[in-house]
Design a protein around this ligand. Structure first.
Ligand code: A2P
Length: 304
């Protein structure tokens, strides 16, 4: 069988390469993530994905430093949290400070909505009656405009978006103030949420798509899927390897999260899927139903 430790990369619209497999760190605690990032870099990962809201940037940055790998050989992403849409520069500077880095390779707008920066909590403010999260009237196009202004400083090498629908991207691209195309869109993607139309749209706009929760997030529910298990048996690999290999086969970046060194190592090893298997995986959602595992209760509609 054709196994290999993936070193594949995609080209961003900035001309820079992004390694196709990156370590996801959502839900990895500060304690866990230090070892996870060190294990990942040791295993050969050169791409780490974090976010301000994961509240683990300090340990991620320490592991990057302690890995001994030159900074320029790593691709590091972090994300602007919703309570920082009205103070983007501050959001970035605080992230860089925690990471102990001079720049990130990619800075993403985490969600296309803003929460009150002076609310009941720095991360998750609630309305005064406690009913819903304190989402404010604020246009994400303005947030993106501020993100563009970060580029000349060199503190972010590329900017992008996350959790956007096609409609929202279209509106962003058509806005007068948008001068720099997003380099990436990061979204939930796996066999039960393939979002092919959105991927095709991004491809037509030269925006690289990144898959988060490629195993179905907490507890990796997709690994129990009978069709994926069957395909995995054919290749003599685990269903996790099939999910990750499918993401590579369809031309996306993929960000499997793990805190176990063994699973981190194995998630970097992919197989070259036969087209017929890739296409079969494309259709699993048609019979089993579409399932989105990550949909926070914002109190506003995000995913139509
Ligand atoms: P752990 O961190 O203990 O390895 P996703 O990438 O879709 O967000 O999935 C993350 C979940 O999948 C976590 O619960 C993670 O647990 C688990 N996981 C990651 N890699 C593997 C793997 N190769 N086999 C089984 N479970 C995995």
């Amino acid at each position: 069988m054709n196994f290999n430790r993936s070193t594949a990369s995609l080209k961003l619209n900035t001309g820079v390469s992004i390694p196709q497999i990156g370590l996801g760190t959502w839900q990895s605690t500060e304690d866990e993530v230090y070892g996870a990032v060190l294990a990942a870099i040791k295993a050969g990962y050169r791409h780490i994905d974090t976010a301000a809201i994961y509240q683990n940037e300090t340990a991620v940055g320490k592991a990057i430093k302690d890995s001994g790998i030159p900074r320029e050989e790593l691709f590091v992403t972090t994300k602007l949290w919703c309570t920082y849409h009205t103070r983007v520069q501050q959001g970035l500077d605080e992230s860089l400070e925690r990471l102990g880095l001079e720049y990130v390779d990619l800075y993403l707008m985490h969600w296309p909505l803003a929460m009150n920066s002076n609310g009941s909590d720095n991360w998750f403010p609630f309305k005064s009656d406690g009913s819903t999260r304190d989402v404010i009237e604020w246009d994400y196009v303005k947030t993106y405009e501020s993100m563009q202004e970060l580029l000349p400083s060199g503190k972010v090498k590329a900017i992008g978006i996350s959790n956007f629908t096609e409609e929202k991207i279209e509106r962003l691209l058509n806005s007068e103030t948008t001068k720099v195309k997003p380099a990436c869109l990061q979204i939930e993607l796996h066999p039960l949420l393939p979002q092919q139309k959105l991927i095709d749209y991004c491809k037509s706009k030269d925006i690289v798509v990144e898959a988060y929760s490629p195993l179905g997030s907490t507890g990796a529910p997709l690994l129990k899927n009978e069709k994926l298990i069957k395909i995995a048996e054919k290749y003599g690999v685990s269903p996790a390897t099939i999910c990750i290999s499918w993401a590579i086969w369809r031309g996306t970046v993929v960000l499997p999260k793990s805190v176990s060194s063994a699973r981190i190592e194995s998630n970097l090893v992919v197989v070259k899927l036969d087209d017929e298997d890739g296409e079969q995986i494309n259709t699993i959602h048609e019979t089993e139903g579409v399932q989105r595992f990550v949909s926070p209760k914002w109190g506003v509609v995000i995913f139509d």
